[in-house]
Design a protein around this ligand. Structure first.
Ligand SMILES: *Cc1c(COP(=O)(O)O)cnc(C)c1O
Length: 383
C-alpha cells in the first residue's frame, strides 16, 4: 500500500480554542469553582436557545436521564420502553432505578428510530414511560410519540444527547429531555449534561435531587442568603462545575452555526455517496430535521465492515459504529436474554459512521467518499 501522507480525517473533533481558554482562566481568577453564576447563566442560555422556560445543568446526560427517572418516580416494578439501537446509557439508567428496560425494535435499516408500532406491542399494565432517542441527530416524531404516550398513560422522555440546538424538534411536547455535552457531541463541556422538564414542579424536583435534595446551596450560604440546610429526599451529586459552565456559555453561542455547517456537510455527503456508491444507504431523507450529529451509512448486506474500517483507517480516515445493539451486550443478554430484534441487529452489523464535524470541508468529504468507494471495492475483491 502507498505511504499515506495526507492528514488523518478524524471522526469528530471538539472545537476548542482561545475563547474557551480565556473562559477557563476567568473561572480560576474568580475562585468560585462550582454551581455558581456561570452554571446558572448556561442554564438560561440553553433554555432560551431551545425556547423552553428553564433548564437544569448536570454532570452528564447519563446523570440527566437518571434524574428524570427519579424525579418522575420510576422504580421497582415499572417497565420503561427503550430503543436497543442507542448508547447503553439509555437502558442502564432504567436498570439503576430498579425498573425494567423493555427493548424495542427500530422501524427499518434506513429509519433506525424506535418503531412506534413495535412499542405499542410491548405496552403492559406495568409500563410507565417511554424513552425516545433522536438517533444521529435526526428528530423523532415527537407529536406521534406524545399521542402514543397519552393513549397509554405513559411519561414521554427524550434521550436528546444528539440534538443540542435542534430548536423546535426537541424538548417540545415531551415530559423531559436529557442533553449531553460529552467531548464528541455537537457542543462540549468535556463532561456535562442538561435536563429540560416541561412541568415546573417536576423541574424543581430534578434541581433538588441534583444536589442531595439539600434545601439551600453552598453559594446561598456563602453569600449569606441562607444558614444551614435540610435534606428532603435521597438525592445525588450530579452537579455541574463553573469550569464546565464557562465552557458551555461560550460553546452554546456557536452551536447554531456549527449545526448549520454539519447539515451542509451532510448534504455534500449525500450527493457524493449517491454518485459514487449508490449501494450504500444513507438513513432518513435529505429533508429530515437534524442537528447533523453524525454521518451514518448502511453498508450492503454481507460487507466485511471490519476489513472496510481497517482499509479506511490505513488511508487516514477514522470511522466508527453507532451502535452495537444494547440487548446484545453480555450484561443485557444475561439479565434479559432471549430477545431478538432482527432489524436492529441487521442495522447494528451494517452501520458505518463517517467523519463529521464543523472543521471539515467539501474536499475532506470527497476524500472520505473516494476512500469509501475504493475500500468497498477492495474488500469485495478479497472475498
Ligand atoms: C453520549 C450519549 C449518552 C450519554 O451522554 P453522557 O453525557 O456521556 O452521559 C446517552 N445517550 C446517547 C444516545 C448518547 O449518544
Amino acid at each position: 500500500m502507498a505511504v499515506n501522507t495526507l492528514p488523518m480525517i478524524e471522526l469528530g473533533a471538539p472545537a476548542l480554542g482561545d475563547i474557551e481558554k480565556q473562559a477557563l482562566i476567568a473561572v480560576i481568577d474568580d475562585q468560585w469553582l462550582t454551581m455558581g453564576e456561570r452554571v446558572r447563566g448556561f442554564e438560561r442560555a440553553f433554555a432560551d436557545l431551545h425556547r423552553v422556560d428553564d433548564a437544569v445543568a448536570v454532570s452528564s446526560a447519563t446523570a440527566a436521564l437518571h434524574l428524570i427517572l427519579a424525579a418522575f418516580g420510576i422504580g421497582e416494578g415499572d417497565e420503561v420502553l427503550v430503543p436497543s439501537m442507542s448508547f447503553v446509557a439509555t437502558a442502564a439508567v432504567v436498570v439503576q432505578t430498579g425498573a425494567t428496560p423493555v427493548f424495542v425494535e427500530i422501524e427499518a435499516a434506513d429509519r433506525p428510530h424506535m418503531s412506534l408500532d413495535e412499542a405499542r406491542r410491548h405496552v403492559t399494565t406495568r409500563t410507565r414511560a417511554v424513552v425516545v432517542m433522536h438517533y444521529g441527530g435526526f428528530a423523532v416524531d415527537l407529536p406521534a410519540w406524545r399521542r402514543f404516550a397519552d393513549e397509554h398513560g405513559l411519561f414521554l422522555f427524550e434521550d436528546a444527547a444528539h440534538v443540542a440546538g435542534l430548536t423546535g424538534a426537541t424538548a417540545i411536547g415531551s415530559d423531559a429531555a436529557a442533553f449531553s455535552f460529552f467531548t464528541n457531541k455537537n457542543m462540549t463541556t468535556a463532561e456535562g449534561g442538561m435536563v429540560v422538564v416541561a412541568d415546573e414542579a417536576r423541574r424543581e424536583r430534578v434541581r433538588l435531587l441534583r444536589s442531595h435534595a439539600m434545601t439551600t446551596s453552598t453559594l446561598d450560604r456563602d453569600r449569606g442568603r441562607a444558614v444551614g440546610y435540610d435534606v428532603v429526599a435521597c438525592g445525588f451529586n450530579f452537579r455541574m462545575d463553573e469550569l464546565r459552565g464557562a465552557l458551555g456559555l461560550v460553546q452554546i453561542e456557536r452551536l447554531p452555526g456549527w449545526n448549520q455547517t454539519r447539515v451542509e456537510l451532510m448534504a455534500s455527503y449525500r450527493a457524493r455517496l449517491a454518485e459514487q456508491v449508490p449501494e450504500v444507504v444513507v438513513p432518513f431523507d435529505a429533508h429530515h430535521p437534524t442537528s447533523g450529529h453524525i454521518m451514518p451509512v448502511v453498508l450492503p448486506p454481507g460487507c466485511d465492515r471490519a476489513a472496510l474500517m481497517a482499509a479506511m483507517r490505513a488511508a487516514g480516515i477514522q470511522t466508527s459504529v453507532h451502535y452495537p445493539a444494547i440487548h446484545q451486550f453480555t450484561y443485557y443478554q444475561d439479565q434479559y436474554g432471549g430477545i431478538t430484534l432482527p432489524h436492529t441487529e441487521d442495522f447494528s452489523l451494517r452501520e458505518l459512521t463517517l467523519p463529521l464535524h464543523p472543521a471539515l470541508d467539501s474536499a475532506d468529504i470527497d476524500r472520505v467518499t473516494d476512500t469509501l468507494a475504493a475500500s468497498l471495492g477492495s474488500v469485495a475483491g478479497q472475498k
